[in-house]
Design a protein around this ligand. Structure first.
Ligand SMILES: *[C@@H]1O[C@H](CO)[C@@H](O)[C@H](O)[C@H]1NC(C)=O
Ligand SMILES: *[C@@H]1O[C@H](CO)[C@@H](O)[C@H](O)[C@H]1NC(C)=O
Ligand SMILES: *[C@@H]1O[C@H](CO)[C@@H](O)[C@H](O)[C@H]1NC(C)=O
Ligand SMILES: *[C@@H]1O[C@H](CO)[C@@H](O)[C@H](O)[C@H]1NC(C)=O
Ligand SMILES: *[C@@H]1O[C@H](CO)[C@@H](O)[C@H](O)[C@H]1NC(C)=O
Length: 419
């Protein structure tokens, strides 16, 4: 009756403590031995303990999973120095195993030589935590394409969990496991589309495992997205005159960054004194023979790019002379200012069109003044009240308002002035 109740208790409660109590009390009178299961990290030290009950001096035998005798009543039987007998008392026999490997796994037998029925098995389990995983790039990343990345943990037991993470968010991948003897190799493969802006983006692959107790082994990986170069010449400020020096910088991007940057002049050779150092082209003592279109070109495996700059070297002006002197027929001060402004005239436009436009403007102003004088003269003769109107000059609002008030004749006249 009592035995039946106890075995019922044994099967219904998984608690180790309870089972131990049950096992201990199963044979209350005779000798008994009892073993404990052990879990240890690979490379660690395992303690295998056999508890004795009512020990009466019988021979205690400890055997390995292949049932080779390790210790015969305290004396080493198998020649393996990794095993040591550390304790032999009437209550407890304990051996240690150092540098445990997965091949040491299995049941270790604690047995009383006299009574084979009273042996107990201590199961040794070896846990292998994963190393920091590795990342393999299956297809290289080119902008506009997809990249395939595989995170690998070659050895763990039980299998490690691998997660890809970007900006703290998990990227779902394809997980595969392969058994390798007693350990498992795990991989997690993701495919993600990549653009130029993703170059250098930080990803990580995290390996978690029960033996790491909440810690993670993390491999960081930054995306290496290849893309065709871009090229931009940074132009100098202001007008260039004979004798000035010029430094053109060619700003280049690309992955990989183009190594050779080529400078050239369209339909011409580079000037003799031009110096190329990396992405900078320098020319000292400019002359008009330097005029031309300069090209900066770069390429990598993914494409090529070029930018151009048109250089126009202006005649040098003696320090005291005013540029306007070169065009004495143009009195317009606004035009002179424009001509002097270094930012306003940089490329392509010479001074000639400005001179012509200035002349035409002066002529127009002159014509308008003549017409105004004639109109005033006419108004005075007609005793009209147009005097105030004339005085307002080119004030547009005044004109329109008065034209409206004064009828058709005046408005037609205005249209002419505005032409
Ligand atoms: C020890 O491990 C073995 C095998 O894993 C298992 O069958 C047994 O129930 C375990 N014993 C105890 C007391 O946990
Ligand atoms: C076995 O070893 C124990 C502890 O050293 C000892 O007390 C006992 O007498 C030994 N038994 C035999 C049969 O030698
Ligand atoms: C532990 O065992 C492994 C093989 O299982 C061996 O390569 C290594 O050298 C051993 N380490 C020590 C400290 O004995
Ligand atoms: C270069 O020469 C070609 C043919 O002679 C001509 O069409 C082109 O406009 C020239 N380019 C420059 C920048 O001078
Ligand atoms: C160089 O450019 C300047 C500015 O447009 C122009 O005045 C000059 O005639 C050009 N010289 C040559 C040799 O082309």
């Amino acid at each position: 009756m009592r035995r039946g109740q106890r075995s019922l208790l044994l099967s219904s409660t998984p608690s180790l403590l309870l089972r131990s109590l049950v096992l201990l009390s199963l044979c209350p009178r005779g000798q008994a031995v009892q073993a404990e299961n052990v879990t240890v990290l690979e490379g660690g030290t395992a303690q295998i303990s056999c508890r004795l009950q009512n020990y009466d001096g019988s021979i205690v035998v400890i055997q390995n999973p292949r049932r080779q005798t390790l210790f015969f009543n305290g004396t080493r039987a198998l020649k393996d120095d990794r095993f040591q007998m550390v304790l032999f008392t009437p209550r407890l026999v304990r051996i240690t195993l150092i540098n445990v490997s997965v091949s040491d796994e299995g049941g270790y037998f604690c047995q009383l030589y006299t009574d084979d029925t009273h042996h107990q098995v201590a199961t040794l389990s070896v846990v292998v935590p994963p190393e920091v995983p590795t990342v393999e790039v299956k297809t290289e990343a080119v902008e506009g394409g997809e990249v395939e990345l595989t995170c690998m943990s070659p050895r763990s037991k039980p299998p490690a969990t691998l997660r890809w993470v970007r900006d703290r968010r998990e990227i779902a991948g394809v997980i595969s496991q392969q058994e390798n003897g007693k350990t498992v190799s795990v991989s997690n493969t993701i495919r993600i589309p990549v653009e130029r802006k993703d170059n250098g983006a930080a990803l990580s692959c995290e390996a978690s495992h029960p033996a790491l107790v909440g810690q993670k082994r993390v491999r960081h990986y930054s995306l290496d997205v290849h893309f065709a170069p871009t090229v931009k010449i940074i132009p100098p400020q202001g007008i260039l005159r004979e004798g000035d020096s010029l430094s053109l910088t060619c700003s280049v991007t690309g992955n990989p960054l183009p190594r050779d940057i080529q400078w050239s002049r369209v339909n011409d050779t580079l000037p003799e004194r031009a110096e190329k150092t990396g992405n900078i082209l320098q020319m000292s003592r400019l002359s008009q023979s330097h005029n031309g279109t300069y090209l900066c070109q770069a390429h990598n495996n993914y494409g090529r790019a070029a930018d151009h700059y048109t250089l126009l070297v202006y005649v040098s002006v003696p320090p005291n002379s005013h540029p306007a002197i070169a065009h004495p027929i143009l009195p317009s001060s606004s035009f002179t200012k424009e001509y002097q402004d270094p930012g306003a005239v940089v490329e392509t436009h010479s001074a000639v069109p400005y001179a012509v436009i200035g002349g035409i403007l002066a002529l127009l102003v002159f014509t308008v003044i003549c017409v105004l004088i004639v109109t005033i003269w006419c108004s005075v003769r007609q005793k009209g009240s147009y005097l105030t109107h004339e005085a307002s000059g080119l004030d547009e609002h005044g004109e329109v308002q008065e034209a409206f008030l004064n009828g058709n004749d005046a408005s037609q006249g205005k249209k002419e002035y505005l032409l």
